[in-house]
Design a binder for this molecule. Structure first.
Ligand code: PYC
Length: 312
């Protein structure tokens, strides 16, 4: 089996877009097709993003035909352990890749995702602004007891995935030399949320944890460390995480519609965000840039014991 992919990175965070050779997921909405992907083709997910072809940081993206008539394409995002509702850095990577392939011109693209329709405005030169699905804060000031650390307080918010956004300054400096400690602390926060039954709406699992500190870049408002579901960290400031952050800031009257929020990542890359209101709904916009890094063909040979990846 041969699968055509284009790799890109958005603020350091990689995306591998499958442009042909993916599984036939049948008809129905992108949400229905995600259910079929998960149920019947999960080994394809693992084979594309896990070692030996990939690594823990890569987010995969499978292009699909949209059913929503307002959309030009559909996409399902996945990672080393499962599937994402939405992915901001991945959407910016998708736009840069489609532009690289000559499939889109600067302008706006509507995209069907499993959690709703998003749009992306391509500005050229790899820059794009994503208009995300509505974000909101689900719970404020939730305190959990973290093993080996003590109490931690944060907000639970939705930005296309579920986030726990810790309050105040990170107890560990947000620096690349502290990755092991940052990963350990955020992983233990995630375990504490599970132990204490803290979830998103309808029991949604909180699988992204954010720590914050003052930024290093004087033009940014905040720096973050984002733990992703499969224990890797987001090299970018995280588009869905920045959406969740802006929803919390708005709820605390710290961000008004139209105000610019510049979120710096642990690697120093920056997303520029703002929100608008649609009735009572908070609509997040996140701008960043992506670069294509490779265009290749993945080969899957069933005789290979590691054909479908080394599972996490
Ligand atoms: O940019 O939304 C994002 C994202 C989610 C997980 C990794 N990146």
């Amino acid at each position: 089996m041969r699968v055509q992919v284009v790799d890109s990175h958005t603020g350091g965070e990689p995306t591998r877009l499958v442009i042909s050779g993916g599984p036939d997921l049948g008809g129905g909405s992108v949400r229905d097709r995600l259910a079929r992907f998960r149920q019947s083709h999960d080994r394809f997910r693992s084979g594309v993003v896990n070692e030996p072809r990939g690594n823990d940081a890569i987010v995969g993206a499978l292009l699909c035909e949209p059913v929503d008539p307002t959309c030009q394409t559909g996409v399902i995002f996945f990672n080393n352990v499962g599937y994402l509702g939405m992915c901001g850095h991945g959407t910016i990577g998708l736009v840069a890749t489609l532009a690289h392939l000559g499939k889109i011109q600067p302008g706006t693209l509507n995209i069907e995702t499993p959690v709703g329709v998003v749009s992306a405005e391509s500005h050229g030169a790899g820059f794009a602004t994503v208009r995300n699905i509505p974000a909101y804060r689900h719970a404020k000031d939730v305190t959990v007891t973290v093993e080996g650390h003590g109490p931690v307080t944060g907000d639970v918010a939705w930005g296309g995935n579920w986030f726990y956004l810790t309050k105040g300054e990170s107890p560990i400096e947000l620096s690349l030399r502290n990755l092991e400690e940052l990963t350990s602390l955020t992983w233990r926060i995630r375990q504490a949320l599970v132990r204490e039954n803290v979830t998103g709406k309808d029991g949604g699992e909180i699988d992204h944890i954010e720590l914050f500190s003052k930024p290093k870049d004087s033009t940014a408002h905040s720096r973050n460390f984002v733990l992703c579901p499969g224990k890797s960290y987001d090299r970018s400031p995280c588009g869905t995480g920045t959406s969740a952050k802006m929803a919390c800031l708005y709820a605390d009257s710290l961000l008004r519609p139209g105000d610019i929020w510049r979120q710096e990542s642990i690697t120093g890359s920056i997303f520029e965000g703002h929100i608008t209101l649609q009735g009572k709904q908070i609509i997040p916009f996140v701008k960043g840039s992506a670069f294509v890094t490779a265009q290749s063909e993945l080969v899957f040979d069933d005789r290979d014991d590691f054909c479908w990846g080394i599972p996490n």
